[in-house]
Design a binder for this molecule. Structure first.
Ligand code: 5GP
Length: 179
């Protein structure tokens, strides 16, 4: 991992988690899913855009037969959660009777998942669970069951590994935190 600061839109970020630390956390989480879903064929519901890199790595470690769909639910601007949730890409009927695993980049206030989970449940799946790369327990404002958390982090703004700062930083293999 680079040891130096990066600057995005004039804001400084310092190294926080290396690609290898992330890979270890993601592999551990995949192993738990593999064990818990043995004999089942889950449908991974990846929340775009932030979840793309996490999902891509997570799915490489999933040894179960599984399917993947992509949805887009929320709008998030700058470093503060807007609380707005809007579904742009919807799900198809294939959800009915399926075991859904929602793949999210980060649960902050929990607003996004608080709105998304009931929407998914209304379509008649067999089950819905959340797999998130990051969880900020100090920020949570909703009652939420988080079945799979790769890493709990403090209430700081992070970028990299799919997560952006106003569009920039998603391509970074490491995760950085705002200084
Ligand atoms: P929530 O609805 O739980 O408050 O926020 C979820 C969304 O906010 C995430 O999917 C993500 O897009 C964004 N978000 C929350 N915290 C951070 C952060 O530290 N960094 C980045 N880049 N996005 C965040």
């Amino acid at each position: 991992m680079g040891s130096s600061l990066i600057t995005l839109h004039g804001k400084d970020f310092q190294p926080y988690l290396s690609a290898s630390q992330l890979a270890e956390a993601v592999e551990n989480l995949a192993a738990r899913i593999n064990a818990d879903y043995a004999g089942r064929q889950p449908l991974f519901v990846v929340v775009l855009t932030g979840g793309f890199m996490f999902a891509s790595d997570l799915l490489k470690y999933i040894t179960l037969p599984c399917e993947v769909v992509f949805i887009r639910v929320s709008s998030y601007e700058g470093t503060e959660s807007s609380g707005m949730v809007k579904e742009v890409l919807g799900l198809r009927e294939e959800v009915q009777g399926r075991d859904l695993i929602v793949v999210e980049d980060i649960v902050d206030t929990g607003t996004t998942m608080h709105h998304l989970v009931p929407k998914l449940q209304s379509q008649g799946p067999a089950s819905v669970v959340i797999a998130t790369l990051f969880f900020k327990p100090e920020s949570l404002r909703h009652e939420l069951t988080l079945n799979y958390v790769a890493k709990e982090i403090p209430n700081d703004f992070v970028v990299g590994y799919g997560l952006d700062y106003d569009g920039l930083g998603r391509n970074l293999p490491d995760v950085y935190v705002a200084v």
